[in-house]
Design a protein around this ligand. Structure first.
Ligand SMILES: Nc1ncnc2c1ncn2[C@@H]1O[C@H](COP(=O)(O)OP(=O)(O)OP(=O)(O)O)[C@@H](O)[C@H]1O
Length: 431
């Protein structure tokens, strides 16, 4: 038998279906679009199974509200409810086998789906969520649509954007609207991990693996379980660490340092960077194969100066946040809104948020333009830096302290040094 057309057809146009993997991952069938399934990272649904062909099958939208799966001449074929088929109309309750991978066709509860979409679009009820990407500009609403589509797919996503544009917020949104929002979201700042600790932080270690390893340590992949690992500032990984990460992403197997057993990883991997990874690949600083693994899909968070129409809404949002924290009214003057809309905001939304919170804390009446954007006082810059005699580490610490003292804040120093604020913060903590 090569076809299961005799199965009842899906006629309800509102019926939404998803494919559920054995490990609980769920991929909702995109509205009115086709979806390819295979082991190739370019597929919409990637199955890391050596019996799955690179492009194994395709789920086609049939134009009438239904979906059909077709075998794409795969090596190991397609089975529906245990029967080898060439194609079949998808119905809830069916079991598909592609190579050794098993997928169940499940019905998505419509109200659950609608609530998810409403939350992502920004209903009032979702305003309280700390993970909300605000902004009414066309570029931001396009981005939210993109995130909504990507959240249901198990693909790796590379998030690009300048510091403070909301990359981590976007990663959390993908996790929160993905199939397992209740599973852990583990964020790791790759720029803040000393090279010697990289393997242990990601993959974990066993007790006694190295001096100081007094007990077993679960790495990020183990802690994320079936959730998400977010590799922030992934471009900062040294080449040796990149090779190790690539191996894990290819085999989906992790071996803790000092352990003799590998375990399979089940989490989704998201990565972010403020750097031009393509250029780093060209200059040999970043592995091309890892770049393609991580960036199956790329999204870009636009700089705030490229979407100035979002600024008044963000000011209002953060003024409300400040009012809630300070337990008093916080009002922005028209002049402050106008000045903020012209400002270049090199530190993007984070800088804007900090400016509003600082101004709200310091001003008693409405926030003025000068209160929000104080003019930087020119500082006398010494020609030399007093560097202590000592080790390379001592010297680095002295230089970092100097830049922070001169710039007046870790945020500004991070901009001068062109490193993320969180990275510089972590360096300072280790000094
Ligand atoms: N669109 C947005 N709506 C509301 N808040 C935002 C938005 N974008 C960023 N923020 C806020 O700005 C701050 C910085 O965001 P986030 O940490 O996600 O940026 P990032 O791009 O990951 O920064 P970095 O590269 O420095 O790590 C957070 O407090 C976040 O909540």
């Amino acid at each position: 038998m090569n076809d299961t057309d005799r199965l009842p057809r899906t006629t309800d146009p509102a019926l939404r279906l998803a494919l559920e993997l054995d490990d609980g991952r769920r991929c909702s069938l995109p509205h009115c679009r086709s979806l390819t399934i295979g082991s190739d990272p370019g597929c919409d649904l990637v199955l890391a199974d050596r019996f799955v062909s690179s492009a194994h099958a395709q789920v086609r939208f049939d134009g009438q509200g239904g979906y059909r799966i077709e075998d794409l001449r795969s090596t190991n074929g397609l089975r529906v409810d245990g029967v080898p088929v060439q194609g079949a109309q998808l119905e809830p309750g069916m079991h598909l086998e592609l190579g050794q991978a098993r997928l169940a066709v499940v019905r998505i509860d419509k109200s659950e789906e609608e609530a998810r979409a409403r939350r992502l679009r920004g209903d009032a009820s979702f305003c309280r969520s700390p993970h909300r990407l605000m902004g009414r500009s066309a570029v931001m609403s396009g981005l939210r649509d993109q995130l909504e589509k990507l959240a249901g797919l198990a693909l790796p996503v590379l998030i690009r954007g300048e510091t403070g544009t909301g990359k981590e917020l976007a990663a959390r949104t993908l996790h929160e609207f993905g199939p397992r929002p209740e599973a852990p979201f583990v964020a790791l700042n790759c720029g803040a991990i000393p090279p010697a600790l990289f393997e242990s932080e990601l993959f974990g270690h066993r007790r006694g693996a190295f001096t100081g390893a007094h007990r077993d340590h679960a790495g990020a992949f183990a802690r994320a379980g079936r959730g998400t690992v977010f590799l922030d500032e992934v471009a900062e990984l040294p080449l040796e660490a990149q090779a190790k990460l690539l191996r894990v992403l290819e085999t989906r197997l992790v071996s803790p340092v000092g352990g003799d057993r590998e375990f399979a990883i089940e989490c989704r991997v998201l990565a972010a960077t403020h750097r031009d990874l393509g250029a780093m690949v060209t200059s040999g600083q970043f592995r091309e194969d890892l770049f393609h693994r991580l960036g199956v899909v790329e999204i870009e968070l636009p700089a705030l100066r490229r979407r100035r129409s979002d600024i008044p809404g963000l000011l209002e949002h953060f003024a409300n946040q400040a009012a809630a924290e300070l337990e008093r009214e916080v009002v922005m003057s028209k002049a402050a809104v106008s000045a903020a809309t012209q400002h270049p905001w090199p530190g993007n939304v984070r800088a804007l948020r900090n400016a509003v919170l600082r101004a709200a804390a310091l001003s008693e009446g409405p926030i003025t333009a000068a209160g929000l954007l104080p003019v930087a006082r020119p500082q006398a810059r010494p020609d030399t830096i007093a560097v202590p005699r000592g080790t390379y580490a001592d010297m680095n610490a002295a230089l970092l302290r100097h830049v922070v003292a001169e710039e007046g804040s870790i945020r500004k120093a991070a901009q001068v040094l062109d490193v993320p604020r969180s990275t510089l913060g972590a360096w300072m903590q280790r000094m």
